[in-house]
Design a protein around this ligand. Structure first.
Ligand code: FPP
Length: 235
């Protein structure tokens, strides 16, 4: 396969810029998040069509609880309404849904909704869409270490593969490409362990405007990268 048609197996996205998208239109921030949620289907479809097998979306970080209560409540409601609106259709399209993060800190009814969507789609063979909600990379690593210790894993037995099995992302390949919308150049506590050799792509476009053409641009940029994983030869 030529370099220019290389497709990443796993794409992860930091969906940033909803607030600025709303502000630019004189709208409340929550309208930006609503527009962001409505953009999910289009982007999932575009990546699935291009042959990406795993898509991970950063929807709510452990730090986002510190936002004004109105915004936090709005984001929790959006998760619930997105599942209600989208889960059945995504299931019909063969999408497998996964959740990354601390589910037990969400309300019992939201937990139930998330679990039902995961169970409904778990046998699907299409693109795997992981939604990182109440997710933090450091919290994920600490939780993994606690489990390792309580399982009595011996220091000598600990290697990359064993550690990876204790993360929320157990069973998923590491992301090949991490996209950030909204122009900021930071990782914001996202997939800290898994991002070790990921390629980065940042676009100034706000998340609600990240469309099929933007997906193409990101994939095109990725196809031009030489990945060396610390060695000298491209792999
Ligand atoms: C960052 O924009 C975005 C978020 C904190 C939330 C992302 C959520 C969605 C895309 C929609 C919700 C989806 C689900 C599944 C609930 P920002 O508010 O930091 O934007 P700003 O940097 O312009 O202020």
């Amino acid at each position: 396969m030529s370099q220019s048609c290389r497709i990443p197996q796993h794409v992860a996205i930091i969906m940033d810029g909803n607030g600025r998208w709303a502000k630019a239109r004189g709208l409340p921030r929550l309208d930006g998040h609503r527009a962001g949620a409505e953009n999910l289907r289009r982007v999932i479809g575009a990546f699935a069509q291009r042959g990406v097998k795993y898509l991970t979306l950063y929807a709510f970080s452990t730090e986002n609880w510190g936002r004004p209560q109105l915004e936090v409540r709005g984001l929790l409601k959006l998760l619930a309404s997105s599942i209600r609106r989208e889960a059945k259709e995504l299931d019909r399209e063969g999408v497998r849904l996964m959740h990354l993060g601390k589910l037990d800190e969400l309300t019992p009814s939201l937990q139930k909704q998330v679990k039902e969507a995961l169970e409904m789609t778990e046998g699907n063979a299409g693109i795997t869409v992981s939604v990182a909600f109440n997710y933090g990379g450091r919290a994920e690593i600490l939780e993994a270490v606690r489990h390792l210790l309580s399982d009595g894993v011996k220091a000598e037995a600990l290697d990359d593969a064993t550690f990876s099995r204790y993360l929320y992302t157990a069973g998923l390949p590491d992301p090949d490409l991490i996209i950030r919308t909204g122009g900021e150049m930071r990782l914001s506590n996202f997939l800290l362990w898994q991002a070790a050799y990921s390629e980065y792509y940042v676009t100034p476009t706000y998340w609600p405007d990240f469309d099929e053409a933007e997906v193409e641009d990101a994939l095109e940029a990725y196809s031009q990268r030489n990945r060396r994983f610390g060695g000298l030869e491209p792999r």
